[in-house]
Write a protein that binds this ligand. Structure first.
Ligand SMILES: *[C@@H]1O[C@H](CO)[C@@H](O)[C@H](O)[C@H]1NC(C)=O
Ligand SMILES: *[C@@H]1O[C@H](CO)[C@@H](O)[C@H](O)[C@H]1NC(C)=O
Ligand SMILES: *[C@@H]1O[C@H](CO)[C@@H](O)[C@H](O)[C@H]1NC(C)=O
Ligand SMILES: *[C@@H]1O[C@H](CO)[C@@H](O)[C@H](O)[C@H]1NC(C)=O
Length: 477
């Protein structure tokens, strides 16, 4: 009897091990989030066993779409720090899978190590009763047949021809703010790339919300557009505004879980330390926590003054930018389409950057120096120079250049393409100093008032005053 019993026990134990290795482990976890926790982050720990090769998470919660919104993401066994961060889908998905070879867009594939993982829930809005949530987690043990490896697009076209393929200071057309299905867009990366080609872009930065997972697969699309520079970016979506982190390295993530100034400042400094670019996105946008709540303008290289189709929020952004310029702050104005889904198109607006080469680093350098202008889209070009008299020769300064103020005065020279009949405005620290109508593709010349701190150009629709093109300033220092 005793003998039989121990055999039975042994058999049970064996079958237990066998089932743990073949049959997925399922867990259901539930909880409640109080309305006072909106804009905080709730971590839900769960154990991952040795041998696990896939994690699937399905989220459900009360009053979804009728007052409650709960974002979703995950951190792996390394903890709750940025290096443990495996992805985010915000409020766009209710489920995701991570395996060593593949993951749902927005999440990074890679090793599934045993230990305590955390689903992160981000309450965004709540009804007075709060949010009742439920997570179904399924861990599988299927054999792994391949492993994911980061595949960035080409970051430096100059290196491909030993620095001889591009001349110094070429103007490159691009879009600095583009989304895909890797966050909350409906466009796939290849659809966005096809549109960029039609919009005559030389470069584009994919910038999904709080994830580098789209950047990590772009190399596989390079053959659709062999000459297109596809830069790495993240739209860092905090609880107090959004900013653009551009020119990132592979595997470089940016902290986003905060609503305080100090944390943003630390994140911006870290981006700069690694050579990247920081731009405040749509500072006056009206969706919750989309506007720039921090009101901190000290640590950004740029402001996205023109987000998608021109509107009153962009007008306010240009006013804010002008205010900072008048105070003497060198901040670059850039545009971004923020294109997510049809019918919105990337390249509207287009930011044109004078770049010393066709590489991510050269574009970042050009933008930091203010060598950039924005136009509504294809077919529109601006050339803006300031000609300074000097004893021996005429000095010419271009957009973003800083020149020594002349007591004799300087002449602004504007040539454009695609703006016939529209209104061109010269703007200095004193505001609009000269408006005129653009005749054909002709040149506008005008004396810059002596004592101006800077001069820049706006081209506006002569009928409804909407922006059609705008430059960064030439500075008199
Ligand atoms: C989803 O959650 C709600 C509220 O907590 C619950 O009533 C509903 O039954 C859940 N649905 C599913 C499919 O789990
Ligand atoms: C999981 O997400 C996919 C894509 O977002 C969706 O089509 C599917 O219905 C979701 N599954 C469940 C069970 O809700
Ligand atoms: C010049 O144009 C700007 C922009 O439309 C406008 O605000 C300003 O009042 C104009 N100035 C004059 C003198 O018409
Ligand atoms: C200028 O504005 C008018 C009126 O809104 C519009 O019909 C026209 O298409 C605009 N022109 C351009 C170049 O956008």
């Amino acid at each position: 009897m005793l003998f039989l019993n121990s055999v039975a026990l042994c058999a049970l134990a064996l079958s237990g091990i066998a089932s743990a290795r073949n049959v997925p482990i399922k867990k259901t976890i539930t909880g409640h989030i109080d309305p006072s926790e909106v804009f905080s982050f709730v971590y839900v720990p769960f154990e991952v066993e040795l041998g696990t090769t896939s994690i699937y998470v399905l989220q459900n919660y009360s009053a979804k779409g009728s007052g409650n919104a709960l974002d979703l993401g995950i951190f792996d066994q390394r903890g709750q720090t940025l290096d443990a961060y495996r992805g985010w889908s915000g409020g766009f998905r209710n489920n995701f899978t991570i395996t060593p070879s593949w993951a749902t867009p927005g999440y990074n594939a890679g090793p599934v190590e045993p230990g305590t993982w955390n689903v992160v829930l981000g309450p965004y809005t709540s009804v007075p009763e709060g949010i009742d949530w439920q997570l179904e987690i399924e861990m599988g043990f299927d054999p792994v047949d391949s492993y994911f490896a980061v595949d960035s697009a080409t970051m430096n076209f100059d290196s491909l021809c030993n620095g001889r393929c591009t001349e110094d200071g070429q103007w490159l057309r691009g879009d600095l703010h583009i989304h895909t299905v890797y966050s909350d867009g409906r466009y796939t990366p290849d659809e966005q790339i096809e549109i960029a080609l039609k919009q005559d872009l030389d470069f584009m930065f994919f910038s999904d919300h709080n994830t580098d997972s789209s950047n990590n697969i772009m190399g596989s699309f390079q053959d659709i557009a062999p000459d297109l520079l596809i830069g790495r970016g993240i739209e860092v979506t905090t609880r107090a505004g959004h900013f653009q982190a551009l020119g990132l390295d592979p595997d470089q993530l940016v902290e986003w879980r905060y609503a305080d100034d100090e944390s943003y400042t630390a994140a911006a400094k870290e981006i700069h330390r690694r050579g990247g670019f920081v731009s405040i996105n749509h500072p006056f946008a009206s969706c919750p926590a989309c506007n720039w709540v921090f009101d901190n303008w000290e640590h950004n290289d740029a402001i996205e003054v023109w987000n998608a189709a021109w509107d009153a929020e962009d007008e306010r952004a240009v006013e804010k930018w002008q205010e900072l310029l008048v105070k003497g702050k060198f901040t670059t104005a850039i545009g971004g389409s923020d294109s997510h889904s049809p019918p919105s198109l990337n390249g509207i607006p287009t930011t044109v950057v004078r770049s010393r080469g066709k590489s991510q680093a050269a574009i970042v350098e050009g933008m930091k120096a203010g060598h950039a202008y924005i136009v509504r889209g294809p077919g529109m070009e601006i050339s803006f120079k300031v000609v300074l008299p000097s004893l021996l020769k005429l000095n010419t300064a271009e957009i973003g250049d800083k020149v020594k103020a002349s007591t004799i005065g300087a002449t602004a020279v504007l040539s454009t393409k695609g703006f016939a009949g529209q209104k061109a405005c010269l703007v200095t620290d004193r505001g609009y100093v000269y408006n005129t109508t653009v005749k054909g593709d002709g040149t506008v010349k005008r004396f810059v008032p002596i004592g101006s701190k800077f001069v820049r150009v706006e081209v506006r629709n002569s009928t409804d005053d909407a922006m059609l093109g705008m430059t960064n300033p030439v500075w008199f220092v």
